[in-house]
Ligand binder design. Structure first.
Ligand code: ADP
Ligand code: MG
Length: 255
């Protein structure tokens, strides 16, 4: 379903991704891990067409998507969450999910809010869809609460509901469990598996190795922009190069 072929991304002199190739099949949960600065978010940004690769190709169900306009990505069936929360604090939980259709773009959250104001007519369908996804993540009792009053754990669930609101075939989760406690992380793991059981493929960037090793069918490891390993969680845990990359990382925050 997703094929990344020889993708390189340079920002000036910084090579964030260097000749990275991998692919994955429908129905899988795939993990993307590596020390901070390894290029994980950059890869997600290219798959969601925030910016194009410097070279290489990205195919989704056989169609090239690298370099597509951002607004064409969600209709194809790719949705994502962001490493930094993108929540409208003064909107309710429900409203935040209802803007989900409009937030998957480069123009960002302000433009999304403006567009949201113009789509009142479509509101009924959006309402029903939003409620469905909020129930799925377990936030149905909080739909009228202002997002600014939610705990971090609930905010992450809100982001997940919003990403699901575009009915993706492929969901990219960039550090969705960051900052969550042990119990919340466990619940998030179960929820991600529930998403996969709906037939949605999930690509996760995550710090929490327990989560990654428990739920992923396959793990891809980046280090300094290069893919250094790919395999089952078990293979990755025993891979010398991976162990060295993590031990060599100069801070404890790896993901
Ligand atoms: P990760 O998500 O694995 O921590 P990133 O993909 O965010 O890593 O970053 C990889 C490298 O690319 C870093 O050196 C980072 O500073 C650089 N980088 C990422 N995005 C940009 C950008 N938009 N402009 C310039 N440099 C960037
Ligand atoms: Mg990142």
């Amino acid at each position: 379903m997703l094929e990344v072929k020889n993708v390189t991304k340079a920002f000036g002199g910084v090579v964030a991704n260097s000749d990275v190739s991998f692919s994955f099949e429908k129905g899988q949960i795939v993990g993307l891990i590596g020390p901070n600065g390894a290029g994980k978010s950059t890869m997600f940004n290219m798959i969601s067409s925030i910016f194009p690769p410097s070279s290489g190709q990205i195919l989704f169900n056989g169609t090239r998507i690298d370099g597509l306009s951002t607004y064409k990505i969600a209709p194809l069936g790719i949705s994502r969450t962001f490493q930094n929360l993108q929540v409208f604090k003064n909107m309710t939980v429900l409203e935040n999910v209802m803007v989900g259709h409009h937030i998957q773009t480069k123009s960002g959250i302000v433009a999304a809010a403006l567009r949201f104001a113009t789509v009142k007519r479509e509101e009924k369908i959006m309402y029903e869809e939003a409620m469905k996804h909020l129930a799925f993540v377990g936030l149905e009792s909080l739909v009228d609460v202002k997002a600014g009053n939610l705990s971090l754990g609930k905010l992450r669930l809100l982001e997940l509901a919003r990403a699901l609101a575009t009915n993706p075939k492929l969901l990219l989760l960039d550090e969705i469990a960051a900052g969550l406690n042990h119990v919340e992380t466990k619940e998030m793991s179960q929820l991600i598996q529930k998403v996969r059981d709906l037939g949605i493929s999930v690509f996760v960037v995550e710090h929490d190795m327990d989560l990654v090793m428990t739920i992923c069918d396959k793990v891809i490891v980046l280090d300094q922009g290069k893919k250094i390993a790919e395999g089952t969680p078990k293979e990755i845990q025993n891979n010398e190069q991976v162990i060295t990359a993590y031990l060599g990382a100069d801070d404890e925050a790896v993901g």
